[in-house]
Design a binder for this molecule. Structure first.
Ligand SMILES: [Zn+2]
Ligand SMILES: [Zn+2]
Length: 320
């Protein structure tokens, strides 16, 4: 068959190229693009996405495109105020240029409106047992929070307040899920425990809506502190993971959530001057001679830390 207009060989009465000249193949309805004036996310369908304006326009054009059934759209690009649609029409690969008519409405997306309205569903309270938070802990917690916010895109994934107080830090999150996730990361990284509680906030559409509190309690101990667990004294080797070593047997154990028996800041210092099967003789920095239970790793001449617990003296090698 030949095209009735140009006469070229075609499977159709009129070829694609000639058809574009004679009929309106494609039209794009006028549309509105809603862009958040605060975070620049763009509404696509029912979602707000952080995408480039051009990508958003392409999607909006495809949503508002009306075209003849004979035209099979293969691609789209935008040039100034025109959409150039590439596709197959009556056997020909054609490009059709169509004007785009749209207006941009700058509004506040749900996430930004909630954020600026102080909305929150969960609070993380970071506290340390019997001590203030350390500077490194505060820094690390802030990093974890910031990273989680960067990685999350949910409508409620924002912080509405970050508050320092004399007890620690309170962070208010727009979503419960994010608060839960961040509290778990902080507890994992800083070696704490999470206590979760919820409070009835209000009823939404007849359903109870709760506010959640994730209390992250960081341990009192630091590395090298002495903790006690089931009457055994352990030296804390890793405060984050809660690993301790029995100073007499050298056995490792989990000492998470144990009480501090002796802070390392109160240790004295000495040298092992004599040893037998069960005991060690230590000369302290003050020139005292002590007899203590033989610690793990004891050798004559080794430097030891010395401390007292429940009226009994102990020593253990400084390199334990
Ligand atoms: Zn033709
Ligand atoms: Zn926004």
């Amino acid at each position: 068959m030949k095209c009735i207009v140009c006469g070229k060989e075609s499977e159709f009465k009129i070829c694609g190229e000639c058809l574009i000249e004679r009929e309106k193949i494609v039209d794009i309805d006028k549309f509105i693009l809603e862009i958040c004036s605060k975070c620049n996310s763009i509404k696509i369908g029912r979602e707000w996405l952080k995408i480039e304006l051009e990508k958003a326009l392409e999607k909006a054009i495809l949503d508002n495109l009306r075209h003849s059934h004979d035209f099979e759209v293969r691609g789209i690009r935008i040039q100034d105020r025109f959409a150039i649609l590439r596709g197959i029409l009556n056997g020909d690969l054609v490009e059709i240029s169509v004007p785009i008519r749209y207006s941009i409405h700058r509004i506040s997306c749900p996430r930004c409106s909630r954020e600026s309205g102080g909305y929150y569903e969960s609070i993380i309270q970071i506290r340390a047992v019997k001590r203030p938070l350390r500077k490194e802990e505060i820094e690390r917690a802030k990093e974890i929070v910031e990273k989680a916010i960067r990685e999350s895109e949910g409508e409620k994934d924002f912080i509405s307040k970050f508050e320092f107080n004399k007890n620690g830090i309170d962070v208010y999150f727009g979503s419960r899920k994010l608060g839960e996730k961040v509290s778990r990361r902080i507890a994992d990284e800083l070696g704490g425990r999470i206590f979760e509680s919820k409070k009835l906030h209000k009823k939404i559409d007849g359903r109870d809506s709760y506010r959640f509190t994730f209390l992250v309690r960081l341990p009192e101990y630091e590395e090298m502190d002495i903790v006690v667990k089931k009457d055994t004294l352990y030296v804390v080797k890793n405060a984050r993971t809660g690993k301790g070593i029995d100073l007499l047997s050298g056995k490792y154990a989990n000492v998470l959530n144990t009480e501090v028996a002796v802070k390392k800041s109160s240790f004295g210092w000495g040298i092992i001057t004599n040893l037998d099967e069960t005991s060690a003789e230590v000369m302290t920095e003050k020139g005292e001679i002590l007899i203590v239970e033989r610690p793990f790793g004891a050798e004559i001449g080794k430097e030891v830390y010395v401390f007292e617990y429940k009226n009994k003296k102990y020593a253990f090698p400084t390199d334990l």
